[in-house]
Design a protein around this ligand. Sequence first.
Ligand code: P6P
Length: 342
Amino acid sequence: MVKHTATSVVTIDRFIIEEERNHPEATGELSGVLYDLALAAKMIANKVRSAGLADILGATENENVQGEVQQKLDIMANEIIVKAMDHGGRLCAMASEEEPGIIQIPEAFKCGKYCLLFDPLDGSSNIDVNVPVGTIFSVVRKITRGRHGELEDMLQPGRRQVAAGYVIYGSSTMMVYTTGQGAHGFTLDPSIGEFLLSHPNIRIPENGRYLSVNDSYEQLWDDKVRSVMRRYKGLEGDRSPLSRRYVGSLVADFHRNLLGGGIFAYPANRKTPKGKLRLLYEANPLAFIVEQAGGMACDGAQRVLDVQPTELHQRTPLYIGSKTDVELAQRVLSGQPELVVA
Ligand code: P6P
C-alpha cells in the first residue's frame, strides 16, 4: 500500500485502484462500485449546490427553466444513484431509504455479486436552511443463489460489509469511505471535478471534544440514558464536560465527531422506542467507518455491526464516536458495574 500524506495529489480513482492491488484476488467489481458512487456524488453535489437558486432561476411550481420537472432533492438524489449504479454489472440489487422494497437490476443489464444499500440524501429538510446534508452507503456481498438480489442479501449484520461511506455536502463536498483498510477522506475540487485525497487514514481522537445529541427529548429518555448524558456533561461522575454541538443532520454531526472526537447519540425514547436512525444504511456504514478510524458504535446493548437485521428499514438507537465515550454508554445502559480506575 502506497503511503500517502495529505499533500499527495491523489484522485479517488487512483486511490481505489491502489487499494484494489492489495487484494490479488480482486476482480475490480468493488472498485467499479466505488467509482460509480463517486460519480453519483458529484452529480448530487451539483444539484444540492444550486438548490437554493431554484426560485431565482424561475422554476415554476412543476418545471424549472430547463423544462425539467422539479423534484424534491432527495427523490432526485435517489434517481441519480439508481441510474448511475444499475447498469454497471456489479450489483445484483439495491435498497434505498426512499423506496419501500428492493430495487432490482433491469433485465437488460448484467447482475453482479454486490448489493448496495443507501440513504440518498439524509437530512434533506436541512437544505432550506443551508445546513450540510449527506449521502450514506453500504456494500455487502450477495449470499443467495440466483441472478437477482433478495431481501436475505440485504439483511446481513454490519460486520459483513465489504465497503461503506458517506458524502457530506457542506462548505466543501467530501467523500469518506472504507473497504476495511482504514477510513479515508477525499475533498471535491470543483475546478477539475475530481475528489482528491485530503484525509488519509482518518483516526478519531481518543479523548473526544464533542457531545452531539438532541436533548430536547430528555423527558422522553429512560433514567439510564439520562444518567449517561449527565456524565458526558460533567454533571455526574468524574468526566470533564464535552462541548455540545448538534445540527440535526446525521452526516454533518457524525463527520464533526469523526474528526474532532467525542460522541454522537440518538437514543431510543418514548416517542421512538427503537430509535430513529436506520440500521442498514445509516448506522451500519457509519459504524464501519468509525471502527476503521479506531472508534466504536453500539446500540446501547451491543456492537452495531453485530446486530442481526430483520427488516429492511428497521431503526436502531445509536451511540457512535470515540471508544472511551461509547464504552461509557454501553456500560451504563447495559447495567455493567462502573470501571474502578486504579
Ligand atoms: P431530530 C434528519 O432528519 C435525521 O434523519 C438525521 O439526519 C438526524 O441525525 C436526525 O434525523 C435528527 O433528528 O429528532 O434531532 O430532529
